[in-house]
Design a protein around this ligand. Structure first.
Ligand code: THG
Length: 265
């Protein structure tokens, strides 16, 4: 599974402060620690509070690219910021994200097609996040129609089913998992990604909930997740579950991770 490190996010208080103060050491350390913990991509989200998102994003990109040799996941709803970011990166980034919102389809999809970037596609539209399964599926199908007509191969699209916090939506996880299962049948080449930790918002013992959800998502064929790669229990669960699901020949990944201290109990 592709690990996208979530910690450089301007909606988090400490990161927002570091961006505002241009505290390069703080950002550098977050990037380095996530890469060392196994992040395949580093998510960079400049947030929208206070500063200029495009300027802030470009600053973050520079710092992260100096710190690590890992591609970026450019996290913004703003087509102009994403365009500037895509021109500034040294390795093909993941674009996070398009959705069924007209502004994003029009502004971001052509950039993704041109640069041949993988892209995350959120199951929401101008009316928001649909609560029920049918609403999610409808947006998924619309998104696939759009990516296909833009010439983007299905295999470069990561659908994000958007799990709502289970504390407020009893079936938040189930709706996400079911939409994955159905869209996977309809579009066998398409990939799936989630922002994992939203599921546990507002509840105690969050890592336990994140881990239980991750195991179910992997069983349903999850390909990527935006997570905190320093959350040790989650990494443990990832290796064990991939092995249990028959995706780890001779248990090589699991045993190697154990030997190298990547898995730790
Ligand atoms: N899908 C996609 N992109 C996303 C999300 C998604 N990007 C943003 C977000 N969701 C994923 N990123 C984060 C980054 C940090 C945290 C959670 C998600 C985080 N949260 C703690 C919390 O919620 O309590 C800490 C908050 C704090 O420190 O203030 O750390 O779903 N495509």
């Amino acid at each position: 599974m592709i690990i996208i490190g979530e910690k450089i996010n301007g909606t988090l208080k400490k990161t927002a402060q570091a961006i505002a103060e241009r505290d390069a050491a703080f950002i550098n350390s977050l990037a380095a620690r996530q890469a060392a913990a196994g992040a395949d991509y580093i998510d960079v989200n400049a947030g929208t509070g206070g500063g200029n998102e495009t300027t802030d994003l470009l600053w973050l990109i520079d710092i992260v690219q100096e710190a690590v040799n890992v591609p970026l996941c450019l996290d913004s709803a703003n087509p102009a910021a994403l365009k500037a970011g895509m021109a500034a990166v040294s390795q093909t980034p993941m674009v996070n994200s398009i959705s069924g919102e007209a502004r994003r389809l029009e502004g971001i999809l052509p950039l993704v097609a041109e640069k041949e970037s993988p892209v995350i596609a959120l199951l929401l539209d101008d009316a928001g996040i649909p609560e029920n399964l049918e609403g999610r599926l409808k947006i998924g199908r619309l998104l696939m129609e759009n990516t296909r007509s833009a010439g983007i191969p299905d295999s470069r699209v990561f659908i994000d089913p958007l799990a709502m916090a289970v504390s407020t939506k009893t079936e938040g996880a189930v709706v996400a998992i079911d939409s994955m299962k159905i869209l996977r049948e309809e579009y066998p080449e398409v990939k799936f990604s989630v922002g994992l930790s939203n599921i546990s918002f507002g509840l105690p013992g969050r890592t336990l909930i994140n881990q239980a959800f991750l195991a179910q998502l992997l069983a349903a064929g999850l390909d990527a997740a935006i997570i905190n790669p320093m959350e040790q229990g989650l990494i443990n669960m990832l290796y064990a579950t991939e092995m249990i699901l028959g995706r780890d020949r001779f248990c090589r990944n699991y045993t190697t991770a154990f030997r190298k201290g990547r898995i730790e109990l």
